[in-house]
Design a binder for this molecule. Structure first.
Ligand code: PAF
Length: 284
């Protein structure tokens, strides 16, 4: 497994690689969720490249850029158990040599859901992902469905800009108690970890209500909200039911493919989770 930290050296190495190339962009602090993307890439593509880079432009002032977990050595150890050909580990001077960077990509999807609470987030994510796509030149890129909006926006970006990369969604990987794996879970205290399963319980309950035939978005949101609020440690940012493809909020009757997503604060930690559901399929 080759470790490369400069664009120049990476491009030199990349020239000798051909065939299908899977790319897994990460910000490090790797957990089983990330490793499932690497494993999926291994199975899908002839080569796999992973990047580890904490992208400052996707953090707003006051967010956790300075405390975001960094554990490169442990990350490289974990990756060595997979068939990653190369890990790209650039630093800020490599990725942002000039202070001002103009990225033209924009989308209405930047303003909703996560974008409402984190207005500069998707500008930062699309900027770095576009830069990484340009450097890595993968044929496939793997994104976790925990960040469903991020996956949707990247899929939209490659379509809008005719970037010839297949964006592959990968299912959420969960802890035993149902908590969706995330590098930010490291922030949770023992007490917070003991109550965090309420998020999964609320989503499971939402899914069961749908299976039982509920077709009103408001009722579904109310039930989920009630369960989260039963645990006083949570502060809800949003509970949303939207069209799975357009991410447009649904307030009335549900139909087709939907995304149920939530964002909550547990102490200082902001956690997101979701599930998708098809009202046109039979659910047993
Ligand atoms: O999902 C993440 O970890 C980040 O948003 C990504 C895609 C690596 C871009 O910095």
């Amino acid at each position: 497994m080759k470790n490369i930290s400069t664009i120049k050296e990476f491009r030199k190495w990349r020239k000798n690689i051909s065939g299908t190339i899977g790319f897994v962009p990460t910000m490090g602090a790797l957990h089983e969720g990330h490793l499932s993307l690497v494993s999926k890439s291994n199975k899908t593509c002839e080569h796999t490249i992973v990047s580890i880079y904490i992208n400052p432009t996707q953090f707003a002032k006051g967010e956790d850029l300075d405390t975001y977990p960094q554990m490169v050595r442990a990350d490289l150890d974990k990756l060595s158990q997979f068939e990653a050909d190369c890990v790209f580990l650039p630093d800020n001077s490599e990725m942002y040599p000039n202070e001002i960077i103009t990225s033209n990509y924009n989308s209405d999807l930047f303003k909703i859901l996560e974008g409402k609470s984190r207005p500069s987030f998707f500008k930062g994510v699309t900027t770095i992902v576009a830069k990484l796509f340009d450097i890595i030149e993968p044929t496939h890129a793997f994104f976790g469905e925990k960040d469903y909006q991020q996956f949707t926006i990247i899929k939209q970006m490659v379509s809008d800009l005719d970037i010839p990369i297949q964006i592959v969604p990968c299912p959420i990987i969960r802890e035993e108690n149902g908590l969706a794996m995330s590098s930010r879970n490291k922030y949770l205290t023992e007490y917070e970890f003991s109550v965090v399963a309420t998020i999964f319980k609320a989503l499971e309950c939402g899914k069961n209500i749908l299976k039982a035939g509920e077709i009103h978005a408001d009722k579904l949101k109310r039930e989920i909200t009630q369960i989260i609020n039963s645990e006083s440690a949570f502060q809800i940012d949003y509970v949303s039911v939207s069209n799975r493809n357009t991410l447009k909020e649904i307030d009335g009757e549900l139909e087709g493919e939907i995304l149920v997503s939530i964002a909550v604060f547990l102490g200082k930690t902001r956690l997101i989770d979701n599930f998708t559901y098809s009202l046109s399929e039979e659910h047993i």
